[in-house]
Structures are given as C-alpha cells and as structure tokens.
Design a protein around this ligand. Structure first.
Ligand code: ZN
Length: 165
C-alpha cells in the first residue's frame, strides 16, 4: 500500500482522488515490499468506499504492480485506514469522544453504533498504549507509519509506504 499525503475533506470524490494521486508521482517512490525504484506501473483499479458527512463516497482506487517482485499496491490518501470505511479524522473523534460525542458521529456519518464501538474497542486493545491521545499529533498518519509501519488503527500488517511532501 502506498499512501500520499492528503487532508480529509467531506466532499472527497473521484476527481479529487485522481488529481491528488497523479500529483503525488507515486510511481517514482520505491516499492513498499522490495524497495526497488522505477519498478511501479499502473495495474487496474478497484472500488473503495468511505463514510463522509455527505454519505458513503465510492471511488475507484488505483493499484500498481512492481515489476521486480510482482507485488501489487493500492495508492490511497493518507486519511484512509486499511480495511475500514472510517477516515483517520473520524476515527480520532470516535476514540477521543465521550458517549454523547459518539452519538453525534453515529448520526453524522449514518453508521451503526456497533461499528463505532468496534473502532473504540480496537483502539483500546491495540493502539491506546501506542497513541494515548491522537489529537496530540500534528500528523498522526505520518507518526504511525514512521514509528510502527502501520496506519493509525490498522490491525493487519501490510507493506506501507508514505510519499513525503
Ligand atoms: Zn517490489
């Protein structure tokens, strides 16, 4: 997985994704798995959904393939948590919020209370000791990738690379 630096906005859409993704010149970055350079090329797209204030937004995510090790990598904005539809920003609110705050997020994003409680549970079990207060970081995603080679709240291991700006 290759992340490019991007701030979450609620009107995120395919056009913004494509503009930012191409502007990141991700193909110049090393392969996250074998670290070879000049080996990444376009390799299809897949659909990915994200909760926003405006409902669920679905985009076609670019995938690339490394010609040296044959691994494939998704190219995602840095506010995406692998295998989650919740943005890093909203996840921070969920893990930092009081019960009333959680109700507001549930209504704002139109998601089930169980989904919110699952995020909070994962944070308490796996991440609380690593990142006690997510709001204390100016760039939480960069910190987590640099320190743990994981996106904030990511549980599964993936090859991850953040393109610096
Ligand atoms: Zn490779």
């Amino acid at each position: 997985m290759i992340l490019y630096k991007s701030k979450f906005i609620n009107d995120f859409n395919q056009k913004i994704y494509d503009q930012e993704m191409f502007a990141s010149n991700f193909w110049d970055s090393p392969c996250p798995k074998c670290h070879e350079t000049n080996t990444l090329s376009f390799y299809g797209r897949y659909f990915r959904s994200l909760y926003t204030d405006n409902g669920i937004v679905t985009i076609r995510v670019q995938r690339c393939r490394c010609s040296a090790c044959n691994s494939t990598h998704a190219v995602l904005p840095s506010f995406i948590i692998p295998y989650s539809r919740i943005s890093v920003d909203d996840a921070c609110e969920i893990v930092s919020g009081d019960p009333q705050h959680l109700d507001n997020i549930m209504i704002r994003l139109s998601i089930a209370r169980a989904a919110i409680l699952e995020i909070k549970r994962k944070f308490d079990i796996y991440w609380k000791n690593l990142v006690y207060n997510p709001y204390s970081f100016s760039d939480l995603s960069s910190f987590c990738i640099r320190s743990f080679n994981l996106q904030f709240l990511q549980i599964r291991f993936l090859y991850l690379f953040l393109i610096p700006t």
